[in-house]
Design a protein around this ligand. Sequence first.
Ligand code: FAD
Length: 354
Amino acid sequence: MSGVTCDVLVVGLGPAGAAAAGAAARAGLSVLAIDKRRQLGEPVQCAEFVPLAMGRYAKDAFVQRIIGMRSILPSGVIEQSDFPGFMIDRGAFDRALAAQAAQSGARLRTQTALKGLDTGRSEAVLRGAGQEAGTVRYRVLIAADGPHSPVARMIGWPAIPTVETRQYSLPLLKPYGDTDIWLSDAYPGGYAWLFPKGDVANVGLGADAHLLPDMKTPLDMLCAQLIREGVVGDKILARTGGAIPVGGLRPSLVQENILFAGDAAGLTHPITGAGIASAVVSGERAGRAATEFLGGKQDALAEFEEDMRDAFEDSLTRAVARRRWLMARWHTPAALLDATHKRGWVAFREYFAA
Ligand SMILES: Cc1cc2nc3c(=O)[nH]c(=O)nc-3n(C[C@H](O)[C@H](O)[C@H](O)COP(=O)(O)OP(=O)(O)OC[C@H]3O[C@@H](n4cnc5c(N)ncnc54)[C@H](O)[C@@H]3O)c2cc1C
């Protein structure tokens, strides 16, 4: 691979990277997009919900509509709220976005990992499976490399704090149009969920790993309850998990000719863990910013950052503040109260109060 040059190097082909690669390639730039995975989108690490606004991206991966959300408080009281969106086949979603980028002319390389960066020379060291490391020269680099962003690490930026998750897919025994959310001190630093996906239920939980080192026991207990209630069957069809960034937006999204998008930028919502939509939006915007910048618009990268802050900063800042507030209350008597969780969860007006 040595000696390769491109206008835009995209690191990571999740939703952010695929959207970025597509946007830059459609504008006529030469784009190389890499991912260390063997098959894009696999293994799926997701509960697979996207909001309605993602409809046009989700049509190749659509599984079912979601109407509402049932937020279940510690007392057992249930708050029903609107939560319109879709359940998707996340693997198919990621691959469809990547296929669109390829059709637009982006060169995609799987099993190819970023191993090093020389930012002074705008050179990346890549290694493909079974290959010698090679270098690629880029004019702009888009870091869409997920919650643990190797690009951020390589340029000396701090890691974003994350929560851990664990999820089982189980047979869903009755049709479900809503998502269920359990708010409880049993899931400190997060919550538990059931997302219905046709005849399958994604049942999982996210939590602060320091407060809950063993996530298997509470997940097994929740599944046992759902099995007893006849909601799900007892056969585990798939297991997954992964990290979710909860630190909010990075202090900076641009360094020289490097832009950050998606989880790597800290765009995932620190309370809900939702990050697919912001990954797609930020990826597309990063691809357009790279195009404008290479077309001679000096402040295009700064404008990208400004747009991302305008679109996401208020909501992320509130979520970070609520998370911090909740973190002081887990495993205290306050964590047993409905009122605490109402202030900490997006379905309640208390969450949006000053
Ligand atoms: C269990 C779980 C459930 C979730 N459920 C939902 C949900 O229902 N709805 C929702 O909106 N969000 C959900 N999220 C969050 C969502 O999955 C992420 O926000 C989203 O994937 C972010 O997309 P991204 O493209 O920024 O990063 P990613 O999808 O993480 O993609 C990053 C890519 O970079 C690649 N990469 C990393 N390092 C390198 C390297 N050195 N070289 C080359 N490639 C590299 C990785 O292989 C990966 O493919 C969930 C997350 C988890 C863990």
